[in-house]
Ligand binder design. Structure first.
Ligand SMILES: Nc1ncnc2c1ncn2[C@@H]1O[C@H](COP(=O)(O)OP(=O)(O)O)[C@@H](O)[C@H]1O
Ligand SMILES: [Mg+2]
Length: 388
């Protein structure tokens, strides 16, 4: 194992942040600039394992193409035979799994809206860049004490094949985390962002109720519930949640992806219209966070960058979110809305870059649940990737 103060790839290891099954994450310092980064380094026993190397390099290849404040930035990869690693932005924080383990419901509740929004915004960006994260869960969302949120861990993230390449998709053993996998991910179908929406909803479910939507006495039992069982509304386990929020979570967890919102922009719109907790306060400063419920006039206070061609109403849209599904004043559909002036530039979704696609068969070996081998007993309270 690497030691603190050791120099790897020109970086000085400073603090060990986490040891996982196959890798370690360190805070590191670049000596000449004194800048701090994080390094994900394969453990010695994994560094010669082709599958683990592929997963690490897949994560790095995906990460270097992404630049968004709610997605961790990856800067470079080092394919050394002994110490394969990549360098990423250092984000002093902890995962939402840690908050759950610490039963820090006060923190989660206080920052729920910000965390849910930022996680969805990061995933909206990833999906718009063509990637499906495929492992959305509390463990892979970092949140600092202010509630600033970043998505991490792209080990099994993929660009789904398009066009002719779809014909060559061969089903394999599914990859992911059983408690958070959509039915189509368990079937190893070609995924789109709606698979991440399902996992995101399972994540919000656990964050707001302290329990996963489904449990099972075996892995197969657990996986089958994603197909057969309707989740109990989260408000059943947490009376402080509103029925609207509970209904939204259940909708995002629809078995058929066509019954879910089409993308995270729609999820964000829905989330904005409702209260999460019954006693959630909406003060004047937060009004902009709830344009679905604020008057159209107040939403238009900021410099407008979008216009409804039907009723001529102008308002401000956020750069990451683009045009809404309909005009918040007259209800005209999106095809009647337009971006105006140079705001056009900032509201455009990022273009899918023609980057070389990572080998679709690469990566993500840290979890390969095998529904066939479903006899291993599982602790229903602790079913997650690392235990499988
Ligand atoms: N960029 C980062 N900055 C700070 N801590 C990080 C960073 N990336 C990962 N970590 C820490 O390492 C843990 C594991 O990271 P992750 O990428 O999910 O690894 P694994 O492959 O073991 O699941 C995170 O929960 C977090 O505590
Ligand atoms: Mg992880």
């Amino acid at each position: 194992m690497a030691e603190v103060n050791e120099l790897i790839g020109g970086y000085k290891l400073r603090t060990l942040l986490q040891t996982g099954q196959t890798s370690q994450v360190f805070e590191v310092v670049e000596p000449h600039s004194n800048r701090h980064f994080a390094m994900k380094l394969l453990l010695p026993e994994a560094s010669s394992d082709a599958e683990q190397r592929r997963a690490l390099f897949n994560e790095a290849e995906v990460g270097v193409k992404l630049a968004h404040q709610n997605v961790i930035r990856i800067f470079k990869v080092n394919r050394s035979p002994e110490t394969p690693h990549f360098i990423m932005e250092f984000f002093p924080s902890g995962s939402l799994r840690l908050r759950l383990q610490a039963k820090d419901t006060k923190f989660i509740r206080e920052h729920a809206r910000k965390i849910f929004k930022e996680a969805a915004t990061g995933l909206a960006y990833m999906n718009a860049m063509g990637y499906v994260h495929r492992d959305v869960k509390p463990d892979n969302i970092l949140v600092n004490s202010l509630g600033d949120t970043k998505i991490i861990d792209f080990a099994i993230s993929k660009k789904p094949p398009t066009g002719f390449a779809r014909w060559f998709h061969r089903k394999q053993r599914p990859q992911g985390t059983p408690s958070f996998m959509s039915p189509e991910q368990i079937r190893d179908e070609i995924l789109d962002g709606r698979a991440d929406i399902y996992s995101y909803a399972c994540t919000l479910y656990e964050l707001t109720t302290g329990r996963k939507p489904f449990t099972g006495s075996t892995q197969g039992d657990l996986l089958s519930r994603h197909f057969t069982e309707k989740p109990a509304p989260p408000s059943m386990y947490n009376k402080d949640l509103t029925d609207e929020f509970a209904a939204l979570i259940v909708k995002l967890m629809a078995k058929k992806k066509t019954d879910r919102p089409a993308n995270f922009h729609e999820v964000l719109m829905e989330l904005r219209k409702i209260k999460i907790y019954k006693d959630e306060k909406l003060d004047a400063d937060m009004e902009g966070e709830f344009p679905g419920r604020s008057s159209p006039e107040s939403a238009a206070k900021d410099t407008p960058n979008a216009e409804c061609l039907k009723c001529k109403f102008k308002w401000k849209v956020r750069p990451t979110e683009g045009l809404p599904a309909k005009c918040s004043k007259c209800g005209a559909p999106r095809n009647q809305l337009r971006l105006i002036a140079d705001a056009k530039q900032s509201t455009k979704e990022p273009p899918a870059r023609p980057d070389p696609e990572p080998n679709p068969e690469e990566g993500g070996q840290k979890i390969q649940p095998s529904p066939a081998a479903n006899s291993a007993p599982i602790n229903p309270d602790d079913i997650d990737i690392d235990s499988l």
